[in-house]
Ligand binder design. Structure first.
Ligand SMILES: Cc1ncc(COP(=O)(O)O)c(C=O)c1O
Length: 305
């Protein structure tokens, strides 16, 4: 099957051809990383295209900009309508990744970014399959530490924050790993470059709190709700690096990664070195939810058609 790339993008309130959405070279975001973005998935289940947790993504979208006084000049309703309309205008009937973003436009070399700074907002989308091998990946602990509240707030999903993720990813690939796991400034487990992390150890499901420099992931929050509803106890606490080596199961969560089992860390086998029972169960529940097969979580989906 050929992958699609859409003809139309949404740019400052208009649907335009992708090649016509251009920005000047003095765009502030190019020089200083002053951009805010979100990543959502649309799931095609042969009847409809369902967008997962649309309103929650838009809420985080606005909040990220608030931290830096970067103004999103559209209401939440306007952004959600634009996303839905963009899918319709492009007649998308395949699963896709949707990327809304806004950024500071022409603002010279001024670092005093205020709500008055000009911003532009755009939405693009493209076909997207599995980011990782769902049968398990090999991860390595990065020598780079995760950005921290003391310097660059990790809760803001800003373009500039991903320089840290890029360094960690480059190092992981150089060392032959599929993905990196970053520690926070204190040496506790934080998250992966674009995913949150969960471990199962001695019957407890544990994930680092946001104070360990972890993004408030929407998939993370979904997994917490799913497993609590299934009767499991979930603990948000600091995780030591060595607890990763001793974990029975590890998995990553994210819009792009969905539920990805980690079967090796730093060359050490996790559990039996294959995806664990709990991870497989969560992966399967999550997949049913996004494909619209689980009525209990139908409120997490927004139908396009
Ligand atoms: C740094 C980082 N952590 C975690 C996540 C997972 O968040 P979500 O589940 O909302 O996609 C992402 C992806 O957005 C991310 O970029």
């Amino acid at each position: 099957m050929k992958s699609f790339s859409t003809k139309l993008v949404w740019f400052d309130g208009k649907f335009v051809k992708s090649e016509e959405a251009k920005v000047p070279v003095m765009t502030h975001a190019i020089h200083y990383g002053t951009s805010v973005f979100e990543g959502l998935r649309g799931y095609w289940n042969s009847k409809n295209l369902n967008i997962f947790r649309l309103d929650d993504h838009i809420k985080r979208f606005r909040n990220s900009g608030k931290i830096y006084s970067i103004n999103l000049r559209f209401t939440n309703k306007e952004i959600s309508n634009a996303i839905i309309q963009l899918c319709k205008r492009n007649s998308v009937r395949r699963s896709c990744y949707i990327r809304p973003f806004y950024f500071v436009g022409e603002y010279g070399i001024n670092l005093n970014v205020t709500e008055k700074a000009p911003t532009h907002t755009a939405i693009v989308m493209f076909e997207f399959g599995d980011l990782f091998n769902k049968n398990g990946i090999k991860a390595g602990i990065s020598s780079w530490r995760r950005i921290h509240e003391i310097s660059t707030p990790p809760l803001a999903k800003m373009g500039g924050n991903y320089l840290n993720s890029i360094l960690a990813t480059q190092e992981a690939k150089r060392n032959g790993y599929d993905e990196s796991i970053l520690l926070d400034h204190l040496g506790n487990v934080s998250e992966a470059p674009g995913e949150n992390i969960f471990i199962l150890r001695n019957g407890e499901i544990i994930t680092p709190p946001s104070s360990s420099s972890a993004l408030e992931g929407i998939t993370r929050e979904s997994v917490i709700e799913i497993v609590r509803n299934q009767g499991y106890k979930i603990i948000e606490r600091e995780i030591l690096r060595t607890e990763l080596y001793l974990a029975d199961e590890i998995f990553l969560t994210g819009t792009a990664a969905e539920i990805t089992p980690v079967t090796f860390v730093d060359g050490k086998k996790i559990g039996n070195g294959i995806p664990g029972k709990l991870t497989k169960q969560i992966r399967s529940t999550y997949s049913d939810i996004v494909m619209g097969k689980n009525k209990k979580y139908a409120h997490w989906l927004t139908a396009v058609y």
